[in-house]
Design a protein around this ligand. Structure first.
Ligand code: GUN
Length: 290
């Protein structure tokens, strides 16, 4: 089992040490998170980000805006954060209410403060292997999990299921790079892929970010493969006090029989996302003074 919670804790401790080193130079990294409306899942994420930020000794700000805010007001909030010297990195929590244009909001963020790595400038830098940009936290966290679990990636066949801008596409760009911890042969599968099991059975490393509960079964996995489950799905469970529970995209019980290494849900990729976001923010702060 790959223990994402433990690896994320180690990274948060490393971040806290970097924050302490910066404080000697009179600087405290600042992260702001903009939350529009009161989507319950987003509210939980944002609270966890704020807690982790404070826990690492950073300056954390949550900007709460009503769901009725106009595009112009939201862009003006982004402008304020771009200009705020106490804020080194910030993000606007997605999804946004439907009347707002998320792409225009992302493009308004100063790429130097775009610690989510969603701005086209940072997406482009990642693709060409320019390490001076920001890489999105979730795929960066997957790469870190593989590296810290001593998974060989060089020359290995990495199959990714999912092509979102947040996970699948950046994940493919990362694993392709001519860099340590990458150098893989990459195949990207998605909802239109025919004969999915023919691809998944040829994977040495399988990264599943399809957003579909239990879609990867044990008979789709080559014995000894490493399986990373990026999914978080809420399924009904009458035995649970809340009436539901969280499961990944991987059918855990059948895949654990064939995989050599596997991430659980929860406690796998999830905790890494916040840890990597904090690391991106410290980098933004370091670059602001260098
Ligand atoms: N919603 C779900 N994941 C993310 C993320 O990584 N960043 C932002 N901004 N919104 C999200």
């Amino acid at each position: 089992m790959i223990d994402g919670a433990a690896i994320a804790r180690t990274i948060r401790e490393e971040v806290a040490r970097d924050v302490a080193a910066l404080s000697v130079r009179g600087m405290q990294p600042g992260l702001a998170v903009v939350l529009v409306g009161d989507d319950p899942a987003s509210t939980v994420y944002v609270r966890n980000k704020d807690k982790a930020c404070t826990g690492a000794g950073m300056h954390g700000v949550t900007v709460r805006l009503p769901a009725s805010i106009s595009q112009q007001q939201l862009l003006s909030q982004v402008d304020d954060l771009n200009a705020d010297p106490a804020i080194h990195g910030f993000l606007v929590q997605m999804p946004l209410p439907r009347h707002l244009d998320a792409d225009a909001v992302i493009r308004r963020i100063d790429p130097k403060k775009d610690v989510d790595g969603f701005h086209p400038v940072n997406v482009g830098k990642m693709l060409i292997g320019d390490t001076d940009g920001f890489v999105p936290a979730t795929p960066a966290g997957v790469r870190e999990l593989l590296a810290r679990s001593d998974v060989e990636t060089d020359g290995q066949h990495c199959v990714i299921i999912g092509r979102s801008n947040i996970v699948g596409k950046p994940m493919a760009a990362i694993m392709l790079q001519n860099q340590p911890g990458a150098n893989a042969t990459v195949t990207v599968c998605h909802s239109r892929t025919k004969s999915l099991p023919e691809f998944t059975r040829r994977a040495d490393i399988l990264i599943v970010a399809a957003g579909k509960a239990n879609m990867l079964r044990g008979d789709m996995v080559k014995p000894g493969a490493v399986v990373i489950d990026v999914g978080i799905n809420r399924v009904n469970d009458e035995s649970a006090p809340s009436g539901h529970r969280l499961v990944g995209d991987v059918e855990f019980d059948s895949v654990r029989e064939v995989a050599s290494k596997l991430t659980p849900v929860p406690g796998g990729v999830g905790p890494m996302t916040i840890a990597m976001l904090l690391r991106n923010t410290v980098r933004a702060a370091e670059r602001a003074i260098s």
